[in-house]
Design a protein around this ligand. Structure first.
Ligand code: PEP
Ligand code: MN
Length: 292
């Protein structure tokens, strides 16, 4: 049988069906070196575990201020929160849009924190990148190729979330789309995929972490919130990802989850977040890593 092209799938770097040689820019080519990405003066990647915490959606100044206080009181730097929200229903809260970006800018200035916020449309590129230290591209847009290309033409780092119905190969190819336009600062995020099992909101594919780390040189983080979808499981998911070599986690935290306009059911309270940070730091220390 002539295997043709497939015969070359014999490299020691071979990892399941993913082959680094298929990814000229994102692939790990004959090197143990992993890329660290500079964002707002911090390095994301090897040696540090980066926690990005905050609400699902930007709702009010007070809400974002409480999240920022929680983040900075832990000595962390990155706050999440969307001003543009991709919602299943058009009748749900869609985000405060420019008003939300203004709140992020105000809280950043007051608390000296860095912001991760979602870009949904090329039209909002300038407004979002004016306040984002890292631009998030969401699960639903992982294969929005014009958006990927636009993100690749600008300089801010990109947090690229796995589509909930996409393979890891498609995720790495989506990163390749961004990188091929010039911006090589891409962070990959496993955020759970659709399976038959409703026990998690989306099934967290933990093996995505070691697979992506071995096939690509890019930082890999997980989102426990949109995957496991329940506060009780979130800390376990983060610790498992840390033990597997992930570079960080994106965690939803809300000062009053029961009043949240989006994803309150999966958001940690601020107390739960602090309790989880104690556990994360213990494990990080045992692994010789810093949580930042
Ligand atoms: C989010 O992180 O705010 C979000 C909408 O997540 P996802 O794109 O993974 O659904
Ligand atoms: Mn959310």
């Amino acid at each position: 049988m002539d295997l043709g092209e497939h015969q070359c799938r014999c490299s020691p770097l071979l990892d399941g069906m993913l082959n680094p040689r298929d990814y000229p820019l994102a692939g790990r080519h004959d090197t143990a070196h992993s890329t660290t990405i500079q964002a707002g003066g911090l390095s994301i990647g090897e040696g540090a575990f980066t926690i990005i915490a905050g609400p699902c959606a930007i709702e009010t100044y007070e809400q974002v201020r409480e999240a920022a206080k929680a983040v900075s009181s832990e000595g962390l730097h990155f706050m999440r929160g969307g001003a543009f929200k991709p919602r299943t229903s058009p009748y749900s809260f869609q985000g405060l849009r420019q008003e939300g970006l203004d709140i992020i800018a105000r809280v950043k200035a007051e608390y000296g924190i860095l912001s991760v916020t979602e870009l949904m449309s090329i039209d909002e590129m300038d407004a979002v990148s004016a306040v984002a230290d890292i631009i998030q591209l969401g699960s639903r847009n992982m294969q929005n190729f014009p958006l990927l290309h636009a993100a690749g033409k600008q300089a801010k780092p990109v947090l690229l979330k796995r589509g909930f119905g996409n393979t890891l190969h498609e995720l790495v190819m989506a990163a390749e789309h961004v990188m091929s336009e010039g911006n090589t600062k891409v962070i990959l995020c496993e955020r759970g995929i659709r399976t038959f099992d409703p026990a998690q909101r989306n099934t967290l594919d933990l093996m995505a972490v070691p697979i992506l780390k071995s096939v690509t040189h890019l930082p890999v983080i997980i989102d426990p919130s949109h995957s496991v979808g329940r506060p009780q499981l979130i800390c376990d998911a983060v610790k498992a990802a840390l033990a597997l070599g992930a570079d960080g986690a994106l965690v939803e935290v809300h000062p009053e989850p029961s009043a949240a306009l989006s994803d309150g059911q999966q958001s940690l309270t601020i107390d739960e977040f602090h309790a989880c940070m104690v556990e994360i730091r213990k494990l990080a220390a045992a692994l010789g890593m810093d949580a930042q």
